[in-house]
Design a protein around this ligand. Structure first.
Ligand SMILES: Cc1cc2nc3c(=O)[nH]c(=O)nc-3n(C[C@H](O)[C@H](O)[C@H](O)COP(=O)(O)O)c2cc1C
Length: 399
């Protein structure tokens, strides 16, 4: 059965929701599900914008057939070749063999690499090119490395709809809703949106900034991303979030404490610090056991908050592995501009105390607080002063 929504006059959402997938990109847990958005415009020519993941392909084809009725599909614009959007290109060609595919040079290279045959039936576009479908005009905006090299956004200059590819996307199934004003975005989607952006696109802040700059010159009325709700009100809200995330500026003053502990002693030290911070007036604190929480959640809160505390035991002369994975992921994603406190535990050779600052030194603009705490196996009275000094320096650095 088809399941479509009208976005605006003549434009339809023809995507699908997936609540079965456990790991997005086979890495990131998505208990909240995900939507794969595809859009279809009925103009003098009919235009499909992107396809969907293979998991919802049947539903998508039914939706396309329902919206098109007896009409042919004239154009298919491919903004992003990642298979969660491009997997069904072959199916579209199978059902509509005369469709003309629109993409850039790299789009077609990737299409061939993924095994899709376009048989010369395509139009290659560059940044700034336009194509008319009769009553609508599409402007193509290249957005390289947001977050693949071929990515582009497409702007319908006649109705102000921006098809933004993965930008402004989020984890989370839509559950019948489509628009940002039909959901409680802050409550339901902000956390998944932040986790989606920071882990999937977070590495490419400068490229996102370039896209935001180009977008600021357009009169955008709708943002149609490839995942999650369509924005038709309060666009500044999500654009502002993207400004912050892509410039690596924290959204809030607050502390994420991530600890790695086998027997609970490093955890107890982290708890001690958290209590001291609260007693000194800082209540915006989240604490995670790095062994139990998927790193994507840690990364999301790390982008959100101004301060990080790493509390790690030493493991085979190294940083405790889950804490090291967190640090390495942070580095890979180019995270920067944070103040960091360090608590280290070791029983005979606390090497983590040396290795954590070394790793942090390889990242940009990380202010590592001098008041580190070194625990020998378990926290004792003799550690209280240095723990208090660490708490104090965190509070001081927030002023
Ligand atoms: C497999 C293993 C390797 C360890 N390697 C080191 C080490 O290289 N250097 C060290 O000082 N302590 C090492 N330790 C001791 C831990 O750091 C110890 O668990 C810690 O001091 C106590 O903290 P916890 O209760 O938070 O686990 C090791 C412990 C285990 C189980």
């Amino acid at each position: 059965m088809y399941n479509v929504r009208e976005v605006t006059k003549d434009l339809y959402w023809v995507g699908g929701n997936d609540r079965r997938l456990t790991l997005f990109e086979n890495i990131h847990p998505i208990p909240e599900g995900i939507s794969y958005n595809s859009y279809l415009l009925l103009d003098e020519k009919t235009v499909l914008l992107d396809t969907v993941d293979w998991s919802v392909c049947n539903k998508f084809i039914e939706n396309v057939k329902y919206v098109l009725g007896d009409r042919p599909l004239d154009y298919m614009i491919i903004n992003h070749m990642e298979p969660d959007h491009a997997a069904c290109i072959g199916e579209v060609i199978f059902h509509y063999p005369d469709v003309k595919i629109i993409g850039n040079k790299k789009t077609f290279t990737f299409m061939e690499q993924f095994g899709f045959k376009v048989n010369g039936n395509y139009i290659e576009v560059k940044d700034g090119d336009t194509i008319s479908s009769g009553g609508h005009e599409f402007l193509f905006i290249s957005a390289p490395m947001v977050h693949w090299p071929e990515t582009m956004a497409t702007f319908d200059t006649t109705n102000g709809v921006l098809f933004s590819a993965d930008a402004f996307g989020t984890f989370g199934s839509l559950d019948g809703r489509l628009f940002n004003d039909e959901v409680d975005f802050e409550r339901e989607f902000l956390v998944p949106a932040r986790r989606y952006y920071t882990n999937i696109v977070g590495k490419y802040g400068p490229q996102v900034q370039t896209l935001l700059k180009k977008a600021s010159e357009l009169d955008i009325k709708y943002i149609c991303p490839l995942h999650g709700p369509v924005w038709r009100t309060n666009l500044d809200y999500i654009i502002d979030k993207y400004e912050k995330w892509s410039s690596y500026e924290p959204e809030e003053k607050g502390v994420i404490i991530v600890y790695g502990s086998m027997y609970g002693n490093t955890e107890a030290a982290a708890e001690d610090l958290a209590r001291r911070l609260v007693e000194k007036g800082m209540t915006n604190i989240v604490m995670y056991d790095a062994s139990k929480t998927h790193v994507s959640y840690l990364i999301a809160d790390t982008f959100k908050l101004s301060h990080i505390v790493l509390a790690s035991s030493t493991y085979n002369l190294n940083i405790y592995p889950p804490v090291r994975e967190y640090l390495l992921t942070m580095k890979e994603l180019n995270l920067q501009k944070r103040t960091v406190g360090i608590i280290v535990n070791g029983t005979w050779a606390p090497r983590a105390g040396q290795l954590i600052p070394e790793l942090l030194a390889e990242m940009k603009d990380m202010n590592v607080l001098e008041n580190k705490v070194l625990i020998k196996s378990s926290m004792k009275e003799e550690n209280i002063d240095e723990m208090d000094a660490l708490a104090e320096s965190i509070i001081e650095s927030m002023k």
